[in-house]
Design a protein around this ligand. Sequence first.
Ligand SMILES: Nc1ncnc2c1ncn2[C@@H]1O[C@H](COP(=O)(O)OP(=O)(O)OP(=O)(O)O)[C@@H](O)[C@H]1O
Ligand SMILES: [Mg+2]
Length: 282
Amino acid sequence: MEIITFSAIKGGVGKTTLAFNYGEWLAKNGKHVLLIDLDHQSNLTQTYNIYDNQDTVGNIFLDRGKVKIHEISAYISLIAGDMHLDDIERTIENKTNKNMFLYMWLSDNYERLNLGKFEYIILDCHPDFSTATKNAVIISNAILSPITPSEHGYNAKFNLEERINELRKEAIDYSTRKSYVTTKLFFIANMIKHNTRSSRELLKALKGDPSVLATVPEKELFNRSTLDKNLFQKWLKTTKHILINMNFLIVWTKHLMKSRKNYKYFIHVLITRILNTCACEL
Ligand SMILES: Nc1ncnc2c1ncn2[C@@H]1O[C@H](COP(=O)(O)OP(=O)(O)OP(=O)(O)O)[C@@H](O)[C@H]1O
Ligand SMILES: [Mg+2]
């Protein structure tokens, strides 16, 4: 099982969009995916037209009540977000095990809920480094963090790196001194425009950085893909270029990306890279 968290300190950078598209892509390729919505805005949950606030992810943190796993399709399941998750986080703030609720829930329910059938768990976080996000980091094999071209976009990268390192020191098993945080952190440059200074500067700053998995252009179809699932497929067919920088200096040009096969290959390479870099299992 691979556990992958989409997280960023900054809002509106594409966490939910990428989590949704990544999950859908895996499902289309026959992988069983469990999505967990850890954002009280519940955008990922609403994408699947789920609006009830019963038996949500909140119960994992309250350590009581049922947690419903919605079967969206044969390959996609979802634990719905809770509009009160921010309040719930405040109520557990003083508990010593507050960062371990997800970890404990997964191990306590692994067999009873047959969680082993999921090859991927994908978590979507609120734009902060709150208790819920820390819980996600602790169980994750990889964190994927979108960064966008803006004044503070690049700084957000360091901010997240620093916070994860702090958590790495803090969340330890006191007898062995081993950290529960074993995750690797990767970045995806998102919403890159081909003609703006901020996009060019961001790409320049990220060039050759092995933690940057991919560069995704700003595309109107991508923008709407969380609202209409089929649009992502359309986007794959119609978009003219995707740049991908994976420390192997693979740069896709418009020419290379003109066939559908190449789009598919882009996604394949991105995901293979993620899988190869987070080989550890829970
Ligand atoms: N590559 C892209 N091109 C164009 N629009 C995009 C792209 N990626 C994301 N968007 C759009 O940007 C907006 C914000 O994206 P999204 O909701 O995924 O961000 P988020 O990081 O999850 O936000 P929040 O921090 O509020 O949870 C959405 O309208 C989304 O469709
Ligand atoms: Mg979101």
